[in-house]
Design a protein around this ligand. Structure first.
Ligand SMILES: Cc1cc2nc3c(=O)[nH]c(=O)nc-3n(C[C@H](O)[C@H](O)[C@H](O)COP(=O)(O)O)c2cc1C
Length: 190
């Protein structure tokens, strides 16, 4: 395939990819790769829990951009560059999004870099939840999803299937294809 044949639907789109502490975090590598291949400038921001599941280096190499995770680390975290990034982003995509992340976003809390960027960015927000089915069904999680929906946030619905916790049910991260297509559709319709 030549560069001319490549599908660059996301050319020059700036996407902050939030990655949170789900077992599905490893799929963020594929998402980063696919969005980058489609022409997007992907800037990964990982929570500290996400860093327990996947190495920041993986997303750094695949996105060809630095990965931010620690708000307190000099030169990496809460610096003008990240405010600038929050300002310039066209989309904040969080995939996978934990129950904890949905709660922080719904409540407007900002204890870490990702949740702080969430409050600082004027970009649209797209969330791909992934969690145990009972966490997803919990009234608190459902209320948080409802709050975020009412603010116009986009959701990529989790699928039903075998979950990493051993249960079968809802809460499995949407397929990478679905997530990438949802991002493309978002920009096509923007
Ligand atoms: C092995 C393992 C898998 C986990 N998977 C999930 C998950 O898929 N979804 C979720 O909401 N929480 C999951 N958790 C719990 C989160 O990691 C925990 O709530 C954490 O505080 C989330 O932090 P973050 O939202 O800042 O990344 C998992 C925890 C462990 C130890």
């Amino acid at each position: 395939m030549t560069v001319a044949d490549m599908n660059l639907d996301l050319k020059d789109r700036t996407i902050i990819l939030g990655v949170t502490g789900s077992i599905a975090a490893y799929k963020a590598a594929d998402i980063t790769s696919r969005l980058t291949e489609a022409g997007a400038k992907v800037f990964p921001v990982m929570t500290s829990s996400a860093c327990r599941f996947i190495q920041p280096l993986t997303l750094q190499v695949l996105s060809r951009n630095p990965v931010a995770s620690d708000m307190w680390k000099e030169g990496e975290g809460w610096q003008p560059g990240h405010i600038e990034l929050a300002d310039q982003a066209d989309l904040l995509l969080v995939a996978p999004a934990t129950a904890h992340c949905l709660a922080l976003f719904a409540q407007g809390l900002a204890p870490d870099l990702l949740s702080s960027i969430h409050l600082a960015t004027p970009a649209s927000v797209m969330l791909a939840p992934a969690m145990n089915g009972k966490m997803l069904a919990h009234a608190a999680t459902q209320a948080n999803i409802e709050t975020l929906r009412s603010r116009g946030y986009h959701f990529i619905a989790p699928q039903s299937g075998m979950l990493a916790c051993g249960y079968e049910g809802d809460g499995k991260l949407a397929a990478v294809d679905t997530i990438v297509q949802s991002v493309k559709d978002f920009f096509a319709n923007a």
